[in-house]
Unconditional design. Structure first.
Length: 89
């Protein structure tokens, strides 16, 4: 084996390691689910379809249940999509 072959092989391994390692980083941490007995509350009880403000202070991006198209249940834990809460019924 020549010295040049070993250097080329080491360079290829280093380049692959750097490329693969660069894709593993996260731009922002995933939200941690809160373990509270009541995860949220409706913002306006008089509205037909009020948004829900969750225990972490974030407001639901939807005002209707994506499943049944009814009112959001403030006791249902949200699903976070791109760091924003989606409420359910």
């Amino acid at each position: 084996m020549s010295n040049r072959w070993i250097q080329g092989r080491a360079s290829a391994v280093l380049a692959a390691w750097l490329v693969l390692g660069a894709g593993c980083g996260r731009s922002e941490p995933a939200p941690v689910p809160l373990a509270s007995p009541v995860p949220g509350e409706r913002t306006d009880e008089t509205a037909e379809f009020p948004h829900v403000r969750f225990a972490d202070g974030r407001l639901s991006i939807n005002d209707r249940c994506p499943v049944k198209k009814g009112r959001l249940n403030p006791e249902a834990h949200p699903l976070y999509v791109n760091g924003r809460p989606v409420g359910f019924c």
